[in-house]
Design a protein around this ligand. Structure first.
Ligand SMILES: [Zn+2]
Length: 130
């Protein structure tokens, strides 16, 4: 199995292609560069309908995901916008996060589960969020 597939599997990424992984030393952050697979490109972020591209949006964007050891881990990818016939110009859909979220689905799901089963201060410390 290729290294990039191991990263995708380990981070619970479906429909994403891992392009590379690097450690941002100054912030002790693992940055996983990803892109949307060809079958999921150019889809509306709200209804997932395939839509014509509009522009490149604000360039590279980051989503916080589950950590690896003592490092914060983020996914980084382009976030182009599409012109949906129903919703207008919106950021394109990505398989790893909900629309307008700064966190991946796996991160949100783990935070929700932990919050339901333990103290908020414990969850905040464990996930390194405030
Ligand atoms: Zn739409």
């Amino acid at each position: 199995m290729r290294q990039t597939r191991v990263w995708a599997k380990g981070l619970g990424l479906c429909g994403a292609v891992v392009e590379g992984v690097e450690l941002e030393a100054w912030s002790n952050t693992v940055v996983v560069a990803v892109r949307v697979g060809w079958q999921d490109r150019d889809r509306c972020g709200l209804c997932r309908r395939r839509s014509p591209g509009f522009d490149l949006g604000r360039g590279r964007r980051r989503w916080r995901t589950l950590g690896l050891g003592s490092s914060v881990t983020v996914l980084e990818a382009d976030s182009p916008r599409v012109n949906c016939p129903e919703h207008g110009v919106v950021v394109a859909w990505v398989p790893w996060a909900r629309h307008r979220s700064r966190f991946t689905r796996t991160f949100e799901e783990q935070a929700a589960w932990l919050t339901a089963h333990s103290a908020q201060s414990t969850v905040a410390t464990l996930l390194r969020v405030t």
